[in-house]
Design a protein around this ligand. Structure first.
Ligand code: AMP
Length: 217
């Protein structure tokens, strides 16, 4: 299977779509946000730096993400395709990613941009809940993706929590970061004919149908 990259503003549903792809196509999901959230739990200088940066909604330093992405992509489970979510997030990262792909002998694959309204994102951000154990994503503001039992994961019974950057204040910074830093990479992928666009305002199922029509090409 070809590699898949998601580009989208915060809470647009890239993690949810990635979960659906993993379930059906069994390729690894590499989310820099998930990896950084694990690092932020470490009691170290790096852990503290990452924790503070995540809570502020700003981007962590490029050199940290470069190393962790290269190490992760070099692992054997990525050789038959993977989903990359949350990286690259600026032009420097996009150029570094090109180099990493070349070094590892991988293709860019499908780049999928999820377009969505800012108002929808604000509503989603405050309702998002994530499973501490299996990382499944729910939304208490949307009937179709609310957990069956409050604070309990439908998939593994784990405890659901609210990310500490899922509040309106952090969202404003994260959205601004997306507009300023991440959106410019769209042109980069357009110029190499790798870009595909989907409308993220639709239901999870309908977005997934469109995503599948792209990844099966
Ligand atoms: P996400 O889970 O993708 O929403 O990412 C959560 C947070 O992790 C972001 O707001 C950033 O602080 C940080 N982060 C994730 N990916 C990157 C990246 N590629 N470069 C820099 N910071 C990142």
């Amino acid at each position: 299977m070809k590699n898949i990259m998601f580009i989208a503003p915060p809470a647009a549903g890239k993690g949810t779509q990635a979960e659906l792809i993993v379930e059906k196509y069994h390729i690894p999901h590499i989310s820099t946000g998930d990896i950084l959230r694990e690092i932020s739990k470490e009691d170290s200088e790096l852990g503290n730096y990452v924790q503070e940066t995540l809570a502020s909604g700003k981007l962590v330093k490029d050199e940290i993400t470069f190393q962790l992405i290269e190490d992760r992509l070099a692992r054997d489970d990525c050789k038959n395709g993977y989903i990359i979510d949350g990286f690259p997030r600026n032009i420097e990262q996009a150029l570094e990613y090109d180099k990493i792909l070349k070094k590892l002998g991988y293709d860019i694959g499908h780049v999928i941009l999820i377009n969505i309204d800012e108002k929808t994102l604000e509503k989603r951000i405050t309702g998002r809940r994530v499973c501490e154990d299996c990382k499944s994503i729910f939304n208490i503001n949307e009937e179709s993706s609310a957990p069956k039992i409050d604070s309990v994961c439908d998939n593994c019974g784990g405890k659901l929590y609210q990310r500490n950057d899922d509040n309106i204040e952090s969202f404003q910074t994260r959205y601004q970061m997306y507009k300023e830093k991440t959106e410019p990479i769209i042109e980069h992928y357009k110029s190499i004919n790798a870009l595909n666009e989907v409308d993220g305002n639709d239901s999870i199922e309908n977005v997934f149908k469109k995503v599948e029509s792209i990844i099966r090409k």
